[in-house]
Design a protein around this ligand. Sequence first.
Ligand code: NDP
Length: 401
Amino acid sequence: MPKVLIVGAGGVGQVVAHKCAQVPEVFEDIVLASRTEAKCRAIAAQVAERTGRKIETAQVDADDVPQTTRLIERVKPGVVVNVALPYQDLAIMDACLAAGVDYLDTANYEPRDTAKFEYRWQWAYHERFRDRGIMALLGSGFDPGATNVFTAYLAKHHFDTIETLDIIDCNAGEHGQPFATNFNPEINIREVTARGRYWENGAWKETDPLSVSRMFDFPEGIGPKKIYLLYHEELESIAKHFPTLKRARFWMTFSDNYLKHLEVLGNVGMTSIEPVMFQGREIVPLQFLKALLPDPSSLGPLTKGKTCIGCLVRGKQGGRDKIAFLYNVCDHEACYREVGSQAISYTTGVPAMIGAKLMLTGKWRGKGVFNMEQLDPDPFMEDMNRHGLPWVVTTLDKPMD
Ligand code: NDP
């Protein structure tokens, strides 16, 4: 059915709405629902202005399963694209099961009270989705998302076996604000302040937050930047689905300024998710901090520079050692001109649209719950080039230690 229901009208929801509107041959009807319908209406007005297409809007509290089920049953979409917050994943999956409709998201479920990045809650839905004859596609953003597909593409076309993987995420953009996060601050800070973790020789190794770093020379004029080891959710599914991998790590760039602010905020307790009493009311410090920080969507017109996200793989081809780097470079200002958002939302929203497109057109089909790397990477990679995220593969001489 050529209809999509997008849930969540934040930075990413805005890009998904624009990109779906640009592909009318697949997304004949678009409905955008969120907790605050006014945000959906503002996005719909922007989309109408830029593409001439009309988007229907709705109000929904996606934590409320019966309410979301009623919305899905009324709209009757071919797929529900969940770009609300990770807290809503299980409730929206329950609503999709009740209504018998396919599901897609861009981030794994997280309980509100513990910052945990694990697929086990969502993988536990596999049998129920399979028995209902519907599909759930997990993590169809950039990382997770494109990075999982990049790994699958390299394994399919460039190597006989893959042995090590380094996923490297660089935001070389500048927004001129003293401190801001480029996607939801609460989710972003939970991720960055968590302990580092990577896969090595069949086991998970832990590191103190941001304690391991390297220098990496980024292509296309970005140049050398310091990258820090973090845990990121796609490592869990990739380590499971590519058993030849001896090591899998994830790295991200941070400016010294960002890290200094984060350290101070952490030291005074502002990044904590433990509730505290304040003037007779319980508040969560990190949620209060989110209220003070710039809304990521307000950074769109301010951000200049590029992002570069890619997968560095070492392995064997034809009996020889080989190192390949598959990456995309995206320009913040070009994204803003196209859809009114900066590159972080853009690089997440485009793969979400592509995942939904492949599901609606039947190129990616399955019954149950799937991670991106379980599906054929080729149609996704073609669509990345077609829909604004072109990629490059290069070979390197030196591995990363
Ligand atoms: P925002 O905070 O900008 O937007 C989230 C939206 O979800 C808001 O519009 C909010 O509505 C809505 N929402 C929150 N709770 C509910 C609810 N109970 N019911 C309905 N709507 C709700 O976040 P982003 O757009 O930056 O991120 C969206 C998702 O994308 C997140 O899950 C994030 O983790 C993920 N992400 C994934 C990336 C990847 O590469 N895979 C990268 C970046 C983000 P309202 O404003 O009305 O309160």
